[in-house]
Design a protein around this ligand. Sequence first.
Ligand SMILES: Nc1nc(=O)c2c([nH]1)NC[C@@H]1CN(c3ccc(C(=O)N[C@@H](CCC(=O)O)C(=O)O)cc3)C=[N+]21
Length: 294
Amino acid sequence: MTATIIDGKTIAAELRGKVAFEVAQLKREHGVTPGLAVVLVGQNAASEVYVRSKSKAVVEAGMTPSDHKLPETVSEAELLALIDKLNKNKAVSGILVQLPLPPQIDPQKVIAAIDPAKDVDGFHPVNVGRLSLGLPALVPCTPSGCIMLAKMVWPSLAGLDALVIGRSNIVGKPVAQLLLAENATVTVAHSKTKDLPALARRADLLIAAIGKAELVRGDWVKPGAIVIDVGINRVAGDGGKSRIVGDVAFDEAVKVAGAITPVPGGVGPMTIACLMLNTLRAACAQNGVKAPRL
Ligand SMILES: Nc1nc(=O)c2c([nH]1)NC[C@@H]1CN(c3ccc(C(=O)N[C@@H](CCC(=O)O)C(=O)O)cc3)C=[N+]21
């Protein structure tokens, strides 16, 4: 038996299509066009690729992009001044400051400066707190995408033994909160966890978000489990070219799992689609419009 491959690319395209439909309606009925501001500090080839694909998705969804490129040497004060301007700009529904930031800038200070209502990354302490309290919040995009992909193959996660490998503020912790909200039984593993392979073999749902290329081997996977691979690791490929692999050894895991996401074409595209959804939701909330159920 070989696993169902969860096609994140197609599922993300469908979600972006639904967002575009709702954006058109929001414009028609309320005269509101959502806008997303993306702030990129410095020149990082990978970050520039992400920022470009975000802007493209924003335009395709009928929303207004505004890209802000700041030099690597920009001061924290200058970045905070830009955020203040974006917070006050009514045409800007969502603000995303691309991470990581250069060392002279404290990312927590920057995140805390974003208006929580415009925090489409869901990284502001207000949104983090609201998520953990089970209150409506802007939820981080990659974690939302993981849950949506898992539910495509297993609509109720209630009672599943879920293992999250990785405890970052960006993925591990928020995805654990979302899994709890889905009534899964959640374990969060990390670099100090004892006997990770044995723990992994007990998981009905395994979410790998540690950023270590192909750490999760085929024999770590419980037969029939759902495997969601958040990793994006660039490794040396054939002929001196680099290629992208996940945190899961796909070729091994696909033989054991019930369903698995590929890299690329899994969680990554869902991250962008969920960012579009968050921007739409933020625009609705800022304009007193009931957000669509998507
Ligand atoms: N404030 C902030 N928010 C973020 O959400 C954020 C960030 N900073 N910093 C960088 C990471 C990375 N990230 C990705 C988004 C989409 C893909 C994506 O679409 N990947 C495709 C293509 C991969 C490729 O070919 O490069 C895929 O997996 O199929 C990947 C990675 C968002 N991030």
